[in-house]
Design a protein around this ligand. Structure first.
Ligand code: GLU
Length: 495
């Protein structure tokens, strides 16, 4: 027999898009499988028929692919344990349910949602845990027939034995669930579909999943699943529950804390490398002070032993910082193209005569990449940079008061007006040396030279290096802005 590595699965419910928590679960499963030469299975848990859709299944797959997390078996590619979509596996759950009925480990429950609600409230007022009181557990055959006659459609419940249950978890150790804390739980809903607990157990067993690595919101489900494995005489997998991701305010991470969907980050111009690197460090640590990991590095370094028990806190600023790092590290050609693509979303920028010029695009990248965190900032930053008109900052109001300063920028405007629009020629005309030489002609240097030019060209004290800025703006815009500033200067000041 061929020895095989571990089999793990990522089993999202296709009820929306992929969230960062899900992405991290997928990533840890991926890393575990790749590290140990095992297989990653993608399974669509779509038994919530009202909320599931094939469209969402596809969206989740696209997001996983974008992150670079490839799976070995799944609803889209099939595999030896197909099908991988739970609604296509219904007869398997029905068989398991029938088997449990047969051996007396399941019973029909006729309680209506209203009755269950009333029982829950009654328990609450008595200060008891809100578990199912066992109303239908010991119904006689006659009582069942009577309820069927009333037209009630039963759900199936699993009778939970009253004994302590221990879940051995690879991350949390032995987790104790005391006797009588878990009520008889539903395994088949009244409309005939299995619940998550039954479907997950049947599938994990049939798909020979060796390790279940998932978010710890499923820890309370695990004793129920353990009981089902026992009753069905199926070998249970090993469990590893990863702590949840909290928002900085230590509440559950949700929409009100900002973007939570992978697709939102993608749309904001995050690179998959940044998200992967950041998500890996949410809960896992390499044990040394390394911070940067490619997916391949992570496969090398990952182990479940180094996944922590305490919740991880989502730090947006850190993710932005990773993104800035990965944007800067892209190969030049790729980054230049990416920056131009994003900048081109600004109509002002896309309309520039230099927009397709290679040298100009190189300068644009140089100017924008330095400050960038999210690529979605680029169109806005670029629009501001290339605006036709600029308003001077208050602190620059006096920058052109000196006649020498005015003559200096006049001279620059005249040069710009005489210049051709060719980006390469113009950038050669506005090098640092050229600006110093221009200043020298007007007896100006240092701050007295640079400040008036900045005032006239952008109106602000700070900004990109002057040669880069002038080269990028091009002669037309430089001339236009200087003329405007001078005109403003000539206007009588209102008191
Ligand atoms: N469908 C479940 C979810 O999306 C999967 C839970 C599990 O991994 O067992 O949370």
């Amino acid at each position: 027999m061929i020895a095989k590595g571990p089999r793990v699965r990522f089993a999202p419910a296709p009820t929306g898009s992929l969230h960062v928590g899900g992405a991290r679960t997928a990533l840890f499963n991926y890393l575990f499988a790749r590290k140990l030469g095992g297989a990653l299975i993608l399974r669509s848990e779509d038994t919530d028929s009202a909320r599931s859709s094939l469209e969402s299944e596809k969206v989740i797959q696209d997001d996983l692919r974008w992150l670079g997390l490839a799976w070995d078996e799944g609803p889209d590619i099939g595999g030896p344990y197909a099908p991988y979509r739970q609604t296509d596996r219904r007869e398997r759950y029905a068989l398991a349910a029938a088997r449990l009925m047969e051996i007396g480990r399941a019973y029909p429950c006729y309680c209506t949602p209203e009755e269950l609600d009333a029982a829950r409230k009654a328990a609450e007022t008595q200060g008891l845990p809100p578990r199912y009181p066992g109303t239908c557990r010991d119904l006689t055959a006659e009582q069942r027939t009577e309820r069927e006659r009333e037209g009630r459609k039963p759900a199936l419940r699993f009778p939970v034995p009253s004994r302590d249950i221990y879940v051995e978890d690879l991350i949390r150790g032995s987790v104790h669930f005391p006797a009588n804390t878990i009520g008889d739980f539903v395994i088949v809903k009244s409309e005939g579909l299995p619940t998550y607990n039954l479907a997950a157990v049947v599938d994990d067993a049939e798909m020979e999943i060796s390790h279940v690595i998932r978010g710890d919101e499923h820890l309370p489900n695990t004793p129920r699943q353990v009981l089902l494995y026992e009753a069905l005489e199926l070998p249970p997998p090993l469990f590893a529950h990863v702590s949840m991701i909290l928002a900085p305010d230590h509440q559950k991470l949700s929409k009100r804390h900002g973007a939570t969907a992978v697709a939102e980050y993608r749309a904001q111009g995050y690179l998959p490398e940044a998200l992967i690197n950041y998500l890996a460090l949410l809960g896992w640590s390499p044990g040394d002070d390394r911070e940067f990991f490619s997916l391949a590095d992570l496969v090398d370094a990952f182990s479940l032993e180094r996944v922590g028990k305490s919740p991880a806190v989502f730090d947006h600023a850190k993710l932005r910082w990773f993104n800035a790092h990965y944007v800067r590290r892209l190969p030049d050609v790729e980054r230049i193209q990416l920056i131009a693509d994003w900048a081109g979303q600004s109509p002002i920028v896309a309309a520039l005569p230099t927009f397709n010029d290679r040298e100009w695009r190189r300068l644009l990248d140089q100017a924008l990449t330095e400050h960038i965190h999210e690529l979605s900032d680029v169109p806005r930053d670029a629009s501001a940079l290339f605006a036709q008109d600029v308003e001077p900052e208050a602190s620059m109001a006096d920058a052109l008061a000196d006649p020498a300063a005015r003559r200096l920028v006049e001279d620059l405007a005249a040069q710009a007006e005489a210049a051709k629009s060719d980006a390469a020629v113009w950038s050669a005309a506005v090098t640092r040396e050229a600006i110093l030489a221009l200043g020298a002609r007007h007896g100006l240097k240092g701050r007295a030279l640079f400040r008036p030019i900045r005032a006239a060209v952008t109106g602000s004290e700070h900004g990109h290096e002057l040669p880069l800025l002038l080269a990028l703006l091009g002669p037309r815009l430089v001339a236009r802005r200087i003329r405007q500033s001078l005109a403003r200067e000539d206007r009588p000041r209102s008191a």
